[in-house]
Ligand binder design. Structure first.
Ligand code: SF4
Length: 278
């Protein structure tokens, strides 16, 4: 993957939206300063002065999550651990961190920050129901350099009704698809454009069911043409989806997620002129 990123003049595929979403969830009046480390981009500074390290990752990152938790705690730094791996395997992770987040964090992170700043945080924050994505803010990308990434991700939904036996997504975010509103999606697309993103990746667990969401249709046209012409849109979806790539020709909010648009299989491939060098 890193070789492909280098071909495209980036350093990795896309940022993880979890920590920028937590940043955006900081309640008004809470005075915290964030520093963000993406180990795909830069080396970790184990000695960076901080009051708390927040770690997220998927099952794929299990080994590194354990290393990070043990390393920081051995350095005397408090650790908060959340994300898919820590949620699905919470019984095996209770010893890893000072603060353990189980499930999605849109509701628990603001509560934690309120309590942590008053030194009365709980050891475990367990979100037992799935959050309403209308309560999920646009990620705060202020600490990333967009040039490091091929894509900036926009998550329009969570959940997947499929039953792939190897999949941990459905254990973490459930089988019932939940969607953000078209206004939320357009805000995130505009944010990506304002950052200078070359490609927006719709990082849904499975994009196809979004076509069925009626509240994402019939929105008034609000997006100026200049906000759409330079971006490419990419996603992943299961193969039985009806006209699966129709939605990628997204020009206006009322066209988001509406089938029957023309088919744009690839962005221009001029970047691949670089390939012969390798
Ligand atoms: S289609 Fe993808 S997200 Fe859905 S269950 Fe299968 S692997 Fe998981």
């Amino acid at each position: 993957m890193q070789g492909t990123a280098a071909l495209l003049g980036a350093r990795t595929l896309m940022p993880n939206a979890a920590l920028p979403t937590l940043m955006a969830l900081t309640p008004p009046g809470i005075n915290v300063e964030y520093a963000l480390c993406d180990e795909n981009i830069s080396d970790l500074d184990w000695n960076m002065p901080c009051d708390l390290v927040v770690i997220t990752g998927t099952t794929l990152h299990k080994k590194r999550i354990h290393e990070l938790c043990d390393g920081f705690r051995n350095n005397g730094v408090k650790v908060a651990l959340g994300g898919a791996y820590a949620s699905i395997n919470h019984d095996q992770c209770s010893h890893l961190a000072d603060y353990h987040f189980i499930g999605e964090a849109e509701y628990t992170w603001p509560v934690f920050l309120q309590q942590w700043t008053k030194e009365c945080a709980w050891p475990v924050y367990h979100q037992k129901t799935y959050v309403d994505l209308k309560d999920s803010p646009a990620p705060d990308w202020s600490l990333i350099d967009v040039n490091d990434y091929i894509n900036i991700n926009v998550q329009t939904s969570r959940g997947c009704p499929k039953h792939c036996e190897f999949c941990d997504v459905i254990q973490y975010v459930g089988k019932k698809p939940r969607t953000k509103s078209a206004e939320q999606v357009m805000l995130e697309v505009r944010n990506a454009h304002a950052l200078g993103a070359r490609t927006v990746f719709f990082s849904d667990d499975n994009f196809y069911h979004v076509h069925q969401q009626s509240d994402c249709r019939d929105q008034p046209a609000q997006c100026p043409e200049k906000h759409t012409t330079d971006n490419h849109f990419v996603t992943t979806t299961t193969a039985e989806s009806r006209k699966p790539f129709a939605s990628l020709n997204m020009l206006r909010p009322h066209q988001i997620l509406r089938p029957d648009k023309s088919f744009h299989p690839f962005p221009p491939l001029s970047h691949f002129d670089l390939i012969p060098r390798y």
